[in-house]
Design a protein around this ligand. Structure first.
Ligand SMILES: O=C(O)CCCC[C@@H]1SC[C@@H]2NC(=O)N[C@@H]21
Length: 187
């Protein structure tokens, strides 16, 4: 009996590690779907993948997948936009966005059980996006030594339409995939 429990626990751990690794990889791949913009902050699909990690894996595993992602970036693995990596990039102009990914995943995970019909679900996802932009913009002002007006032009204004699309898409897709995976006993 005790042995059975240990085996079940180990299987769960291995499954969790695999899912965390898979989502770390998904974020890294989505980071490469990016368009460089003149302001220095690229348009990327990281912010589609990060809430998906939280919604599908839940708060703990979703947040862990973003922390592993950041750790890989810090040690120089080219997982950031434009196949870049290294401590200099993580703490560079776009560092605020990168370092707030775990908060985004955490909030998405915390509201993930509410489902698409709940306003709390959407408010949570929106909250994660807003925090990402606030941290990203304030960080940009400090690191790039720019004004808030310049930072708004580089970090916020060009991204508003796609941020709305990514928010809606992550919310619907995440909830659908999560339910399907639960049904198939995969999560
Ligand atoms: O250098 C990196 O890998 C991070 C890029 C951060 C891009 C930010 S995330 C929020 C906003 N939305 C985008 O599509 N791009 C910026």
């Amino acid at each position: 009996m005790e042995k059975e429990k240990t085996v079940t626990r180990q299987t769960t751990n291995v499954k969790d590690i695999c899912y965390i690794a898979i989502f770390t990889a998904i974020i890294a791949i989505m980071a490469q779907i990016s368009i460089p913009l003149p302001g220095g902050v690229p348009l990327t699909l990281q912010t589609l993948a990060v809430p998906l990690a939280g919604i599908i894996l839940g708060a703990k595993r979703g947040t862990l997948s973003t922390l592993v992602y950041i750790l890989l970036a810090m040690v120089g693995v080219p997982v950031l936009a434009g196949l870049s990596g290294g401590i200099g990039v993580v703490f560079g102009m776009t560092g605020g966005f990168i370092l707030s990914f775990p908060i985004m995943a955490l909030i998405s995970g915390l509201v993930s059980d509410k489902g698409v019909k709940s306003p709390i679900y959407w408010l949570g996802l929106l909250g994660g996006v807003i925090i990402n932009y606030i941290v990203g913009t304030v960080w940009f002002v400090i690191v790039a030594d720019s004004t808030f007006a310049v930072a708004l032009g580089a970090c916020v204004l060009p991204f508003i339409p796609t941020a709305v699309i990514k928010l809606v898409l992550s919310g619907i897709l995440g909830d659908t995939l999560k339910k399907a995976m639960h049904k198939a006993n995969l999560l």
